[in-house]
Design a protein around this ligand. Structure first.
Ligand code: DAH
Length: 341
């Protein structure tokens, strides 16, 4: 019997150790320690032993059972650890695999041009203002000398919100002149960039939404010479010292005298080409001396103060700056186009 127990012990221990899985191990547990298992079978023969032999054999049998149980436990833990290790290894992140590149966006060419322009004006002591795109027609028109019946107020040109034509999408950034005069102390030096809206069909030079940069200076003794000098300095800073400009007489209701300012065409250098429609020049902005009545309506005495104002077309400015010949490219947001700047 002693020998039987020793054999069972040796066989069971080596079997447990060699088990490849928890399922195998469980089968071995039943085989050796189960109700019908090998150890139990031996224990059932205890009755046949003499009274003297029984205690020693009982103790030995208990020792063998304890050894088997502990070996079973160890084997089970070993299998669990191996399984965990395997799982971790399978799920491990390989930090040496190259990452997926993330495309970095960058500024839109029109905003690059705007930022350059802002910087130049800020350097000259101007303040940058922001204003509403939904505007009162009173500020967009009346306070700018474009009263009832002025052609720019027509429904065919302007997006109104109401039948009374009181609220509209601003058609120009010029109402920011009024907002500045109404809210700021004199002297005033401001620019005000932003979106404006007109009922235009889309083509190479038109869009129902586009951007302007309004500018205004009001002080004592301000003249048209200051306007010309300032605008020439800004344009040369943006486009290069050799840039030619041209000031043409024009009409705006809120300036007197008024002018339009052109730059020489970047494509043909003045010779005339499709980009400048054969003219050799590209119109960049409108400007002029602020009409005395506009100053009066804001409570500013035109006998003491004078001022000038201008409105750049921002798309045109960017197109000239980056030599872009179709306005639609600015709005289509085709990445192949945008990536070039
Ligand atoms: N607001 C005018 C337009 O949309 C542009 C303009 C012209 C603005 C003359 C001005 C100015 O401030 O003085 O066509």
């Amino acid at each position: 019997m002693k020998e039987q127990l020793a054999n069972i012990r040796a066989a069971a221990l080596s079997a447990f150790e060699g088990a490849k899985s928890k399922v195998d191990l469980d089968a071995l547990r039943v085989q050796y320690l189960g109700k019908k298992g090998e150890l139990t079978a031996v224990l059932k023969q205890m009755g046949k032993l003499s009274a003297e032999e029984r205690p020693a054999m009982g103790q030995l049998a208990n020792e063998v059972r304890a050894a088997l149980e502990s070996a079973l436990d160890t084997a089970s833990k070993k299998l669990e650890e191996a399984a965990l290790e395997h799982k971790l290894r399978a799920e491990a992140v390989d930090v040496t695999i190259p990452g997926k590149p993330v495309d970095l966006g960058h500024r839109h060419p029109m905003y690059i041009a705007l930022d350059e322009m802002k910087e130049i004006f800020i350097g000259m002591g101007f303040t940058v203002l922001d204003g509403p795109e939904v505007e009162l027609s009173e500020l967009n028109f009346d306070r700018l000398n474009a009263g009832e019946g002025h052609p720019s107020r027509d429904w065919s040109d302007t997006f109104y919100f109401d039948r009374d034509e009181r609220v509209m999408l601003r058609s120009q950034t010029s109402p920011m002149q009024v907002r500045a005069m109404d809210s700021m102390p004199l002297p005033i030096r401001i620019i005000a960039p932003g979106r404006v809206y007109r009922k235009d069909e889309v083509d190479a030079t038109h869009s129902p939404m586009f951007h302007q940069v309004e500018g205004m200076v009001i002080d004592k003794g301000v003249t048209m010479a200051d306007l010309k000098g300032t605008l020439n300095a800004v344009i040369k800073k943006m486009y290069g010292e050799d840039t030619q400009t041209r000031f043409r007489p024009h009409h705006f209701p809120f300036t007197e005298p008024s002018c339009e300012v052109d730059v020489q065409c970047h494509k043909c250098r003045g010779a005339g080409c499709p980009t400048c429609k054969g003219e050799g020049w590209i119109e960049l902005l409108g400007a002029g001396m602020i009409h005395p009545h506009v100053l009066e309506m804001a409570g500013i005495d035109p006998e003491v103060y004078s001022g000038w104002a201008f409105g750049f077309g921002l798309e045109r400015t960017a197109m000239r700056r980056f030599k872009i010949d179709d306005l639609r490219l600015i709005f289509e947001n085709d990445v192949r186009f945008l990536e070039q700047f």
